[in-house]
Design a protein around this ligand. Structure first.
Ligand code: PMM
Length: 292
């Protein structure tokens, strides 16, 4: 008799595996994204878009009401709340896991009351001294991103001798501040802040420096999607490097590499290919890629 037996495959990571890199779908509720037809129509369109992002594979929808692009001028607090809170409320009520992308504790507090499950502070708690105490009191998960200055002036702060080491050092200072404020270590996600007071070479170095960032000992979020530095890769097929939408394929490539490199999450505008990318990375990692 043949010794050949059908062996049941070992349990495999599923699409909902906790170890799989999380996909954060970007939902920017700003006038340039959703302005047609007035405030109510804009909120309804944003909610529909958020639900569509989940359908395409987003694990979390990251809702922001203030542009942080280089040169962007700040919106006032009341306007930021008016933009995001109704959207967060409706998405949370629909069962969507929402994070709020804000530097303001007051907006974060309202967002948490409206159902948000995570605070994504691109300033890592630096812009508003009330932010870390709020996160501590709410015991919510937070993203602390590497940040040096507000978007209007941040390009003047893009000077580094050794970008990976300096970003690691500055992030660990944010961790210290968060822990001192009472934030639980298990609540913290770190983000190198690609494009924030960084030029293209800095961003590439930080992506190459993922192992050093991981050595900080916290989950890592990577936000490369549609950013300017990816224009370097858009030199084929009639693509327009200056058009952020034409950087989507490069964004998905970064998502795959970040996930394979052990990132906890990727923040992306176009979700479906990133959802595929993180699943591919998960399967390759499970098969032994990188010895993990
Ligand atoms: N980038 C932007 C906004 N929020 N949040 C985190 N954690 N990481 C990022 O890299 C990040 C962010 C700017 O991008 P957008 O204007 O295209 O949303």
């Amino acid at each position: 008799m043949s010794a050949l037996r059908v062996v049941e495959p070992a349990a495999r990571p599923t699409g909902t595996s906790l170890r799989r890199c999380q996909v954060l779908g970007v939902l920017n509720v700003t006038p340039d994204s959703f302005s047609d037809g007035g405030r109510f129509a804009a909120a309804a369109a944003a909610v529909a878009r958020g639900i569509e992002l989940v359908r395409q594979g987003a694990d979390i929808v990251d809702v922001g009401g203030e542009s942080t692009r280089p040169g962007a001028v700040r919106v006032d607090e009341a306007e930021e709340s008016r933009r995001v809170i109704p959207v967060i409320h409706a998405l949370s009520a629909a069962g969507v896991r929402v994070s709020v992308d804000t530097m303001r504790a007051s907006v974060a507090e309202q967002a948490l009351a409206a159902g948000a499950v995570m605070v994504n502070d691109v300033s890592g708690g630096l812009a508003d001294p009330a932010m870390l105490p709020l996160i501590a009191a709410a015991q919510t998960r937070c993203v602390l991103m590497h940040w040096r200055a507000h978007s209007e002036v941040m390009d003047a702060f893009a000077g580094y001798h050794a970008v990976v080491e300096e970003v690691c050092l500055e992030l660990s200072k944010r961790v210290d501040a968060a822990l001192a404020a009472g934030v639980g270590a298990d609540r913290i996600v770190l983000d190198p802040g690609l494009g924030f007071a960084k030029n293209a070479e800095h961003n590439w170095s930080l992506l190459a420096g993922l192992p050093a960032l991981r050595d900080l000992g916290f989950p890592l979020l990577i936000g490369a999607s549609r950013k300017r530095f990816l224009a370097d890769c858009v030199d084929y097929g009639g693509l327009a490097p200056d058009n952020p939408l034409d950087r989507d394929d490069a964004s998905s490539a970064v998502a795959a590499l970040a996930a394979a490199g052990g990132a906890w999450g990727v923040r992306v505008h176009t979700v479906a290919p990133a959802a595929a990318a993180v699943r591919v990375a998960s399967r390759i990692s499970a098969a032994g890629f990188g010895g993990r």
